[in-house]
Design a protein around this ligand. Structure first.
Ligand code: AMP
Length: 266
């Protein structure tokens, strides 16, 4: 299974990803985690990303696309993966489409965890307070001002992906304001639907061009050109899968049979 988790910072993508990892045995690929590891290790990518991350901006597309392309090649990602925090921009999404197409694989779903921004701010502020009370160090970007910037980046650059995946027919939206177990259940329900839709049989297309169009559509076209009577004929013809010009031939045959019977004197 291959999934994308979409949602602003603090929507609960990480928490839900952990549940999905346990349930489906697939890996969580968090670009945020990868970038933080790179910063910690002081790699060239880390050095490039550090400053942008600290101020709540987005790391350049080519940098993240490269690290994701490398990561999905690793053996543990063969069975499937959950992309958490990627893609975050339309160019990243199109790069992902290319990556998947090259490997002849596709996405099963893009799950949008929809949240209310105000409630989100409160949620993150309490997360900051809890981390402080445990005596743990805060993430550089766990700062209300940085958070505002990250939310703005989400609104401007990531939110358009909701429409992007909706157009691809893979978008599934859940209410992220519900309690965590409820969100988990909603995601499970959506994934069950997505997998069932994927497994649904594909029926062969009818051979005739006319039969492919809904009867009403064909009838409307005809009605525009000619009389109401013709439109009724066309509707009837489409519903039995024949062209209307075959009708007079049928009635001619009937009339011939009737004359033959009369001749035989019956
Ligand atoms: P996250 O842990 O997903 O909230 O990411 C933390 C930070 O890493 C973000 O605020 C960005 O600066 C950076 N980052 C993570 N993923 C991406 C991405 N796909 N594109 C650009 N920047 C990213």
């Amino acid at each position: 299974m291959r999934l994308i988790l979409l949602g602003p910072p603090g929507a609960g993508k990480g928490t839900q990803a952990q549940h999905l990892v346990a349930k489906y045995g697939i890996v969580q690929l968090s670009t945020g985690d990868m970038l933080r590891a790179a910063v910690k290790a002081g790699t060239p990518v880390g050095l490039q990303a550090q400053e942008v991350m600290a101020r709540g901006g987005l790391v350049p597309d080519d940098v993240v696309v490269r690290i994701v392309a490398q990561r999905i090649e690793e053996p543990d990602a063969r069975k499937g993966f959950i992309l958490d925090g990627f893609p975050r921009t339309v160019p990243q999404a199109t790069a992902l489409d290319r990556m998947l197409a090259e490997r002849e694989i596709g996405l099963d779903a893009a799950i949008e965890i929809r949240v209310n921004e105000e409630a989100l701010l409160k949620r993150i502020e309490s997360r900051i307070a809890e981390t402080r009370s445990r005596g743990e160090t805060l993430r550089d970007d766990d700062d209300p001002r940085v958070l505002h910037r990250r939310l703005a980046a989400y609104r401007e650059q990531t939110a358009p992906l909701v429409a992007y995946y909706s157009l691809q027919g893979v978008l599934r939206t859940v209410n992220g304001m519900a309690p965590i177990p409820e969100v988990t259940k909603a995601i499970d329900r959506e994934l069950t639907k997505a997998l069932a839709a994927k497994a649904a049989p594909v029926f062969a297309k009818p051979a005739k061009k006319a039969a492919r169009k809904p009867a009403g559509q064909v009838a409307k076209k005809v009605a525009k050109k000619s009389s109401k009577k013709l439109a009724q004929k066309a509707r009837k013809a489409v519903s039995i899968g024949k062209k209307s010009k075959t009708e007079p031939a049928a009635s001619k045959r009937k009339a011939k049979r009737r004359t033959a019977k009369q001749k035989r004197g019956r």
